[in-house]
Design a protein around this ligand. Structure first.
Ligand code: C5P
Length: 473
């Protein structure tokens, strides 16, 4: 291996390197090699965030807040599983709550008893354990956490993750989770270098799975050495911290706990006859993103949505409707709520008398469709005397004089906030993934920069959480 000169570094860097080396029990030269190797492996990680290992120098507490961060630690079956016991201790030291899942293979190396004693939490092992499934369930395990850490991640576990398998509790949770996942691979150097493992690693990177390690050193097998040693517990802790710090969800995490939110989303379809209908181009992306962000922030979310081609977000109660009147009824049933966000593009009109049978084409005589106005759901809810949500938020899709029309709408509809967006064809907002909105409140207008619909959703959720808190209940 090439030798490394430490002399060229300035004193501050040398001190940091010495501290890191002391923490991981390596020489300074070995520590420098570890850092260089991590930097070289960066292209494999291909993540937007800074490489977790590169940030290993700072180890502030996982969460300064009293509630602590929640980590779900999946322990795979490898000799490195013993290091995971230390990892639990290190995470707990930093105020994190650590829940553990042991795979069947992991139980060959360490016991649920020792893991339970260290974590102070019940340990989960079995997908088909009726007691755990009734009590917590693999879906709640997957969601009731801020980060999932897999350590050690064996070659087999990585292959299952890359292939989307879900044949035990660990893999079912990994497939069901919407949280960031960090893996600490550990295996024999030949397994690590095998083309199949390389392929799986590339797939996992494409799936936004973060990787820490492996490092180089002696293997458990006598005489074997090379790359494949699981990262040290403190390196894993540092990588976990980096992920928690850069994940926007976690900044609003649970800020809506105990709140009930209603979101309408998508278009409505108003029947002309049994086969034809009036609709619009709304994709439901923005409304669904708001529902998802509110659920991620801990709210109980009722999503009332018209016909869309996107999946229901995780963790929301979705009520499917077709017409505006069905949407109004579903909204009424969902009350009371703390906040209602009306992102649906409700059809303004419906047919006065839709055909009971398919309207036949007759030469030279196009049918006349008589339209009547649909209920304005937003205005109705905003003007309610009883069960009015504390915060009623509407959307205004405009193609010209966006802010002026939205201000007018705020008054007319009686809502508290309006999010106005320009949906003229050239913006690509309708059906697209990005949005540019103006938040109009009684206090004034705030123009947000163009951003993804997910980012708009998260920003809105933060604002809602702050407003509900400020309103004093
Ligand atoms: O009047 P306009 O359709 O532009 O208003 C848009 C806002 O009003 C959106 O928040 C939309 O969800 C809501 N709306 C509604 N019921 C309707 C029409 C619009 O809730 N019938």
């Amino acid at each position: 291996m090439a030798s490394i000169t430490i002399r060229g570094l300035d004193d501050a860097l040398k001190t940091r390197l010495r501290l890191r080396a002391a923490r991981s029990g390596r020489s300074m030269e070995d520590e420098a090699r570890t850092i260089l190797r991590a930097a070289a492996a960066d292209d494999v990680r291909s993540m937007a965030e800074p490489a977790p290992v590169a940030r290993a120098g700072a180890t502030p507490p996982l969460d300064a807040g009293p509630s602590g961060r929640r980590i779900l630690l999946i322990i795979g079956g490898g000799i490195a599983a013993y290091k995971s016991l230390d990892l639990i201790r290190r995470l707990k030291e930093r105020g994190a709550t650590v829940r553990c899942i042991l795979t069947a293979a992991a139980r060959e190396f360490i016991t649920p008893l020792s893991v339970g004693a260290l974590s102070g939490e019940r340990v989960f092992t079995d997908l088909f354990d009726p007691a755990s499934e009734l009590d917590v369930g693999h879906i709640r395990l997957a969601r009731g956490t801020d980060l999932v850490v897999v350590a050690p991640a064996t070659a087999d576990l990585m292959a299952k993750m890359a292939g989307g398998h879900a044949d035990d509790l660990a893999t079912a949770v990994l497939l069901a989770t919407d949280r960031r996942v960090l893996i600490a691979p550990a295996m024999n150097p030949r397994m690590w270098g095998h083309a199949a493992t390389r392929r799986n690693l590339t797939q996992l990177a494409a799936d936004r799975i973060a990787v820490v390690g492996p490092g180089t050193g002696e293997m458990a097998e006598p005489g074997e050495a090379g790359i494949g040693r699981m990262a040290e517990p403190l390196e894993i802790v540092a990588a976990a911290e980096a992920l928690l710090a850069t994940s926007p969800d976690h900044r609003v995490e649970r800020s809506l706990r105990g709140r009930r939110l209603l979101v309408t989303s998508g278009p409505t379809q108003e029947p002309i006859d049994p086969v034809r209908y009036i609709a619009n181009r709304s994709s439901g992306k923005q409304g669904h993103a708001i529902a998802a962000a509110a659920a991620a922030a801990g709210a109980e979310v009722i999503l009332v949505c018209g016909p869309v081609h996107i999946p229901d977000p995780l963790g929301v109660t979705a009520v499917k409707v077709e017409t505006a009147r069905e949407m109004r009824d579903a909204v009424e049933r969902a009350l009371p709520v703390d906040c209602a966000v009306f992102a649906a593009a409700v059809a303004d009109w419906r047919l006065a008398a839709p055909g009971r049978e398919k309207i036949k084409k007759s030469k030279g005589a196009a049918p006349t469709l008589r339209l009547v106005e649909n209920p304005d759901i937003l205005a109705e809810v905003a003007h309610r005397k009883a069960k009015r949500p504390r915060l009623v938020i509407g959307f205004a899709a405009e193609t010209e004089k966006v802010v002026a029309h939205a201000k007018d709408k705020l008054k007319r509809k009686g809502c508290d906030w309006i999010l106005a967006n320009d949906v003229s064809a050239e913006t690509g907002i309708m059906g697209g993934d990005r949005n540019r909105v103006h938040l109009i409140t009684a206090e004034g207008v705030e123009s947000w920069p163009p951003q993804s619909k997910d980012e708009v959703a998260r920003a809105l959720v933060e604002r809602i959480a702050a407003a509900l808190k400020a309103s004093g209940s």
